[in-house]
Design a protein around this ligand. Sequence first.
Ligand code: EPU
Length: 300
Amino acid sequence: MISRIGFAPSITKSLLLSPLTTLRVGGPADVCVPRTADELRLALEWCAETATPWRVLGRGSNLLVSDDGVPGIVIHTAALRTLEFGDDGQVTAGAGVRTSVLLGRTRDRGLGGLECLVGYPATVGGVARMNAGGKWGCASAVIEKVRVVGAGGVLREMTAEQCRFGYRTSALADCVVAEVVFRLPKVDVADYRRRVDEIHREKAATQPLADHSAGCVFKNPAKDLGAGRLVDEAGLKGLRVGGAQVSTVHGNFIVNKGGASATDVHELIDRVREGVERRTGVRLQLEVEVWGETPVPARS
Ligand code: EPU
Protein backbone atom coordinates (compact mmCIF):
# COMPACT_ATOMS: atom_id res chain seq x y z
CA MET A 1 0.00 0.00 0.00
CA ILE A 2 1.31 3.48 -0.89
CA SER A 3 0.37 6.32 1.43
CA ARG A 4 -0.36 9.96 0.63
CA ILE A 5 3.33 10.70 1.08
CA GLY A 6 4.04 8.44 -1.92
CA PHE A 7 6.34 6.06 -0.05
CA ALA A 8 5.79 2.46 0.90
CA PRO A 9 8.46 0.79 3.03
CA SER A 10 9.68 -2.56 1.85
CA ILE A 11 8.15 -5.07 4.23
CA THR A 12 8.81 -8.77 4.64
CA LYS A 13 5.50 -10.37 5.55
CA SER A 14 5.15 -12.93 8.35
CA LEU A 15 8.82 -13.26 9.18
CA LEU A 16 9.48 -15.54 12.14
CA LEU A 17 10.98 -13.40 14.91
CA SER A 18 12.55 -16.18 17.00
CA PRO A 19 15.87 -16.23 15.05
CA LEU A 20 16.07 -12.46 15.49
CA THR A 21 16.00 -12.71 19.28
CA THR A 22 18.73 -14.01 21.59
CA LEU A 23 16.18 -16.16 23.49
CA ARG A 24 15.14 -17.79 20.17
CA VAL A 25 11.46 -17.53 20.99
CA GLY A 26 8.60 -15.79 19.19
CA GLY A 27 6.16 -16.01 16.29
CA PRO A 28 5.78 -14.06 13.04
CA ALA A 29 5.49 -10.35 12.22
CA ASP A 30 5.74 -8.02 9.24
CA VAL A 31 9.27 -6.63 9.30
CA CYS A 32 10.73 -3.48 7.74
CA VAL A 33 14.51 -2.90 7.67
CA PRO A 34 15.32 0.78 6.95
CA ARG A 35 18.80 1.30 5.46
CA THR A 36 19.20 4.97 6.40
CA ALA A 37 17.88 7.40 9.00
CA ASP A 38 15.81 8.94 6.21
CA GLU A 39 14.21 5.60 5.31
CA LEU A 40 13.47 5.15 9.01
CA ARG A 41 11.82 8.57 9.07
CA LEU A 42 9.75 7.71 5.99
CA ALA A 43 8.73 4.35 7.44
CA LEU A 44 7.39 6.03 10.59
CA GLU A 45 5.67 8.69 8.50
CA TRP A 46 4.05 5.87 6.50
CA CYS A 47 2.95 4.13 9.72
CA ALA A 48 1.31 7.36 10.92
CA GLU A 49 -0.41 7.90 7.57
CA THR A 50 -1.76 4.37 7.43
CA ALA A 51 -2.46 4.06 11.19
CA THR A 52 -0.15 1.04 11.34
CA PRO A 53 1.18 0.22 14.81
CA TRP A 54 4.94 -0.26 14.98
CA ARG A 55 7.62 -1.45 17.37
CA VAL A 56 11.39 -1.54 17.24
CA LEU A 57 13.71 -4.54 17.15
CA GLY A 58 17.46 -4.19 17.67
CA ARG A 59 19.48 -7.28 18.48
CA GLY A 60 16.45 -8.80 20.23
CA SER A 61 18.47 -9.40 23.37
CA ASN A 62 16.02 -8.11 25.95
CA LEU A 63 12.88 -9.40 24.41
CA LEU A 64 10.20 -12.04 24.96
CA VAL A 65 7.97 -12.30 21.87
CA SER A 66 4.62 -14.11 21.99
CA ASP A 67 4.32 -17.45 20.14
CA ASP A 68 1.55 -15.86 18.05
CA GLY A 69 3.82 -13.02 16.95
CA VAL A 70 2.74 -9.39 16.91
CA PRO A 71 0.47 -7.22 14.75
CA GLY A 72 1.57 -4.08 12.90
CA ILE A 73 5.14 -3.55 11.74
CA VAL A 74 8.42 -4.43 13.37
CA ILE A 75 11.13 -1.93 12.45
CA HIS A 76 14.41 -3.83 12.54
CA THR A 77 17.38 -1.49 12.96
CA ALA A 78 20.01 -4.01 11.79
CA ALA A 79 20.98 -2.02 8.67
CA LEU A 80 21.58 1.33 10.44
CA ARG A 81 25.26 0.63 10.87
CA THR A 82 27.17 3.89 10.28
CA LEU A 83 30.09 4.60 12.60
CA GLU A 84 31.81 8.00 12.48
CA PHE A 85 34.69 9.34 14.54
CA GLY A 86 34.79 13.07 15.39
CA ASP A 87 37.15 15.12 17.54
CA ASP A 88 37.87 14.70 21.23
CA GLY A 89 36.44 11.21 21.57
CA GLN A 90 33.15 11.91 19.85
CA VAL A 91 31.73 8.81 18.14
CA THR A 92 28.43 8.70 16.26
CA ALA A 93 26.99 5.23 15.85
CA GLY A 94 23.88 4.08 13.98
CA ALA A 95 21.22 2.35 16.09
CA GLY A 96 21.99 -1.03 14.50
CA VAL A 97 25.72 -1.09 15.32
CA ARG A 98 26.44 -4.05 17.55
CA THR A 99 27.95 -3.30 20.95
CA SER A 100 30.84 -5.70 20.27
CA VAL A 101 31.67 -3.80 17.06
CA LEU A 102 31.40 -0.42 18.81
CA LEU A 103 33.63 -1.61 21.63
CA GLY A 104 36.27 -3.10 19.35
CA ARG A 105 36.43 -0.22 16.86
CA THR A 106 36.58 2.49 19.55
CA ARG A 107 39.15 0.56 21.59
CA ASP A 108 41.41 0.26 18.52
CA ARG A 109 41.40 4.07 18.35
CA GLY A 110 42.37 4.40 22.01
CA LEU A 111 38.86 5.27 23.22
CA GLY A 112 37.36 3.65 26.31
CA GLY A 113 34.40 4.12 28.63
CA LEU A 114 32.35 1.22 27.28
CA GLU A 115 33.37 -1.45 29.80
CA CYS A 116 29.78 -1.68 31.01
CA LEU A 117 28.77 -3.12 27.62
CA VAL A 118 31.15 -6.08 27.63
CA GLY A 119 29.21 -9.26 26.93
CA TYR A 120 25.93 -7.48 26.10
CA PRO A 121 24.67 -8.93 22.80
CA ALA A 122 22.92 -5.67 21.98
CA THR A 123 22.80 -2.83 19.47
CA VAL A 124 23.53 0.83 20.09
CA GLY A 125 19.83 1.77 19.89
CA GLY A 126 18.83 -0.80 22.50
CA VAL A 127 21.72 0.21 24.75
CA ALA A 128 20.51 3.82 24.77
CA ARG A 129 16.84 2.93 25.11
CA MET A 130 17.49 0.66 28.12
CA ASN A 131 20.48 2.57 29.49
CA ALA A 132 22.23 -0.81 29.59
CA GLY A 133 24.77 -1.47 32.28
CA GLY A 134 25.56 -3.14 35.53
CA LYS A 135 28.20 -2.91 38.20
CA TRP A 136 30.80 -1.49 35.79
CA GLY A 137 28.62 1.52 35.05
CA CYS A 138 25.89 2.32 32.57
CA ALA A 139 25.78 3.58 29.01
CA SER A 140 24.33 7.00 29.83
CA ALA A 141 27.68 7.99 31.40
CA VAL A 142 29.18 8.27 27.89
CA ILE A 143 26.13 9.29 25.83
CA GLU A 144 26.16 12.93 24.74
CA LYS A 145 23.04 13.03 22.59
CA VAL A 146 20.65 10.79 20.70
CA ARG A 147 19.02 11.35 17.31
CA VAL A 148 15.56 9.85 17.22
CA VAL A 149 12.60 9.62 14.91
CA GLY A 150 9.34 10.25 16.71
CA ALA A 151 5.92 8.84 15.87
CA GLY A 152 4.85 10.57 12.66
CA GLY A 153 8.38 10.59 11.26
CA VAL A 154 9.98 13.69 12.76
CA LEU A 155 13.75 13.46 13.20
CA ARG A 156 15.03 15.29 16.26
CA GLU A 157 18.04 15.44 18.52
CA MET A 158 17.78 14.86 22.26
CA THR A 159 20.44 15.83 24.79
CA ALA A 160 21.38 13.27 27.42
CA GLU A 161 19.34 15.30 29.90
CA GLN A 162 16.26 15.15 27.68
CA CYS A 163 16.70 11.37 27.44
CA ARG A 164 16.05 11.16 31.23
CA PHE A 165 18.21 8.07 31.68
CA GLY A 166 17.45 6.00 34.76
CA TYR A 167 17.94 2.42 35.93
CA ARG A 168 17.20 0.45 32.72
CA THR A 169 14.89 3.25 31.54
CA SER A 170 14.90 6.37 29.39
CA ALA A 171 12.50 8.71 27.64
CA LEU A 172 13.30 6.91 24.36
CA ALA A 173 10.44 4.41 24.61
CA ASP A 174 7.98 6.09 22.25
CA CYS A 175 10.41 6.93 19.46
CA VAL A 176 13.02 5.07 17.40
CA VAL A 177 16.71 5.72 18.00
CA ALA A 178 18.42 6.50 14.68
CA GLU A 179 21.90 7.19 16.03
CA VAL A 180 23.72 7.83 19.27
CA VAL A 181 26.53 10.32 19.83
CA PHE A 182 29.01 9.07 22.43
CA ARG A 183 31.80 11.06 24.08
CA LEU A 184 34.49 8.57 25.04
CA PRO A 185 37.60 9.14 27.17
CA LYS A 186 41.09 8.50 25.80
CA VAL A 187 42.64 5.36 27.32
CA ASP A 188 45.78 3.30 27.12
CA VAL A 189 44.77 0.56 24.68
CA ALA A 190 46.73 -2.24 26.39
CA ASP A 191 45.33 -1.38 29.85
CA TYR A 192 41.79 -1.06 28.51
CA ARG A 193 42.05 -4.35 26.63
CA ARG A 194 43.17 -6.09 29.84
CA ARG A 195 40.25 -4.57 31.77
CA VAL A 196 37.72 -5.54 29.11
CA ASP A 197 39.10 -9.10 29.04
CA GLU A 198 38.93 -9.28 32.83
CA ILE A 199 35.29 -8.13 32.87
CA HIS A 200 34.48 -10.62 30.12
CA ARG A 201 36.07 -13.45 32.12
CA GLU A 202 34.11 -12.45 35.23
CA LYS A 203 30.84 -12.24 33.28
CA ALA A 204 31.47 -15.57 31.57
CA ALA A 205 32.02 -17.16 34.98
CA THR A 206 28.85 -15.69 36.52
CA GLN A 207 26.40 -15.48 33.60
CA PRO A 208 25.24 -18.09 31.05
CA LEU A 209 26.74 -16.18 28.10
CA ALA A 210 26.88 -19.23 25.83
CA ASP A 211 23.19 -20.08 26.25
CA HIS A 212 20.23 -18.53 24.44
CA SER A 213 18.68 -16.07 26.90
CA ALA A 214 17.16 -12.60 27.06
CA GLY A 215 19.69 -11.37 29.63
CA CYS A 216 18.37 -10.49 33.06
CA VAL A 217 14.65 -11.21 33.29
CA PHE A 218 13.84 -9.10 36.36
CA LYS A 219 14.93 -5.69 37.58
CA ASN A 220 16.92 -5.68 40.78
CA PRO A 221 14.38 -4.58 43.45
CA ALA A 222 17.02 -2.31 45.01
CA LYS A 223 20.66 -1.42 44.46
CA ASP A 224 21.84 -3.89 47.08
CA LEU A 225 19.06 -6.43 46.49
CA GLY A 226 19.75 -8.47 43.35
CA ALA A 227 16.90 -10.36 41.70
CA GLY A 228 19.36 -13.16 40.82
CA ARG A 229 20.28 -13.65 44.45
CA LEU A 230 16.60 -13.71 45.52
CA VAL A 231 15.81 -16.39 42.91
CA ASP A 232 18.89 -18.33 43.99
CA GLU A 233 18.05 -18.14 47.71
CA ALA A 234 14.50 -19.27 46.96
CA GLY A 235 16.04 -22.46 45.53
CA LEU A 236 14.64 -21.86 42.06
CA LYS A 237 17.79 -22.20 39.94
CA GLY A 238 17.41 -25.06 37.49
CA LEU A 239 13.56 -24.95 37.62
CA ARG A 240 12.23 -25.94 34.22
CA VAL A 241 9.03 -25.54 32.19
CA GLY A 242 9.20 -27.22 28.79
CA GLY A 243 12.35 -26.00 27.05
CA ALA A 244 12.79 -23.01 29.38
CA GLN A 245 14.99 -23.21 32.45
CA VAL A 246 16.11 -20.84 35.19
CA SER A 247 19.85 -20.76 34.59
CA THR A 248 21.90 -22.84 36.98
CA VAL A 249 24.65 -20.20 36.65
CA HIS A 250 22.70 -16.99 37.43
CA GLY A 251 19.20 -16.89 38.92
CA ASN A 252 18.10 -13.86 36.93
CA PHE A 253 18.49 -15.55 33.54
CA ILE A 254 16.04 -17.88 31.83
CA VAL A 255 17.72 -19.98 29.16
CA ASN A 256 16.27 -21.79 26.20
CA LYS A 257 17.49 -25.37 26.49
CA GLY A 258 15.99 -26.16 23.06
CA GLY A 259 12.49 -25.76 21.70
CA ALA A 260 11.23 -23.41 24.43
CA SER A 261 8.04 -21.52 23.61
CA ALA A 262 7.05 -18.09 24.90
CA THR A 263 4.31 -19.86 26.84
CA ASP A 264 6.97 -21.97 28.62
CA VAL A 265 8.94 -18.85 29.48
CA HIS A 266 5.89 -16.95 30.77
CA GLU A 267 4.88 -19.89 32.93
CA LEU A 268 8.39 -20.14 34.33
CA ILE A 269 8.43 -16.38 35.05
CA ASP A 270 5.14 -16.74 36.96
CA ARG A 271 6.49 -19.63 39.02
CA VAL A 272 9.69 -17.76 39.85
CA ARG A 273 7.77 -14.63 40.85
CA GLU A 274 5.46 -16.64 43.06
CA GLY A 275 8.36 -18.55 44.65
CA VAL A 276 10.30 -15.39 45.45
CA GLU A 277 7.23 -13.52 46.70
CA ARG A 278 6.20 -16.40 48.95
CA ARG A 279 9.65 -16.50 50.50
CA THR A 280 10.51 -12.80 50.72
CA GLY A 281 7.36 -10.77 50.12
CA VAL A 282 9.13 -9.09 47.16
CA ARG A 283 7.21 -9.01 43.85
CA LEU A 284 9.81 -9.02 41.09
CA GLN A 285 9.27 -6.60 38.20
CA LEU A 286 10.11 -7.61 34.64
CA GLU A 287 13.15 -6.11 33.00
CA VAL A 288 12.67 -7.92 29.68
CA GLU A 289 10.26 -6.36 27.26
CA VAL A 290 7.23 -8.50 26.46
CA TRP A 291 5.67 -8.36 22.99
CA GLY A 292 2.23 -9.71 22.16
CA GLU A 293 -0.36 -11.59 24.13
CA THR A 294 0.71 -13.02 27.46
CA PRO A 295 -0.76 -16.50 27.91
CA VAL A 296 -3.06 -17.07 30.86
CA PRO A 297 -1.08 -19.26 33.26
CA ALA A 298 -2.32 -22.86 33.46
CA ARG A 299 -3.35 -23.77 36.98
CA SER A 300 -3.57 -27.33 38.18
N1 EPU B 1 24.01 -13.67 42.99
C1 EPU B 1 23.65 -14.84 43.64
N2 EPU B 1 23.05 -15.83 42.92
C2 EPU B 1 22.78 -15.69 41.59
C3 EPU B 1 23.14 -14.50 40.94
C4 EPU B 1 23.77 -13.50 41.66
O1 EPU B 1 23.86 -14.96 44.85
O2 EPU B 1 22.22 -16.64 41.01
C5 EPU B 1 24.70 -12.62 43.75
C6 EPU B 1 26.12 -12.42 43.26
O3 EPU B 1 27.01 -13.34 43.84
C7 EPU B 1 26.40 -10.99 43.63
C8 EPU B 1 25.04 -10.32 43.54
O4 EPU B 1 24.05 -11.36 43.56
O5 EPU B 1 26.85 -10.91 44.96
C9 EPU B 1 24.89 -9.47 42.27
O6 EPU B 1 25.04 -10.32 41.14
P1 EPU B 1 25.73 -9.84 39.77
O7 EPU B 1 27.06 -9.25 40.07
O8 EPU B 1 25.65 -10.96 38.82
O9 EPU B 1 24.86 -8.62 39.29
P2 EPU B 1 23.30 -8.50 39.09
O10 EPU B 1 22.84 -7.36 39.95
O11 EPU B 1 22.61 -9.81 39.25
C10 EPU B 1 23.47 -6.73 37.16
C11 EPU B 1 22.70 -6.48 35.89
C12 EPU B 1 23.27 -7.33 34.77
C13 EPU B 1 24.75 -7.04 34.61
C14 EPU B 1 25.44 -7.38 35.95
C15 EPU B 1 26.94 -7.17 35.96
C16 EPU B 1 20.35 -6.01 36.42
C17 EPU B 1 18.98 -6.59 36.55
N3 EPU B 1 21.32 -6.87 36.10
O12 EPU B 1 23.20 -8.08 37.55
O13 EPU B 1 22.58 -6.95 33.59
O14 EPU B 1 25.29 -7.82 33.56
O15 EPU B 1 24.86 -6.51 36.96
O16 EPU B 1 27.27 -5.86 35.77
O17 EPU B 1 20.53 -4.81 36.60
C18 EPU B 1 20.94 -7.35 31.92
O18 EPU B 1 20.69 -6.14 32.01
O19 EPU B 1 20.36 -8.10 31.12
C19 EPU B 1 21.94 -7.92 32.82
C20 EPU B 1 22.22 -9.19 32.85
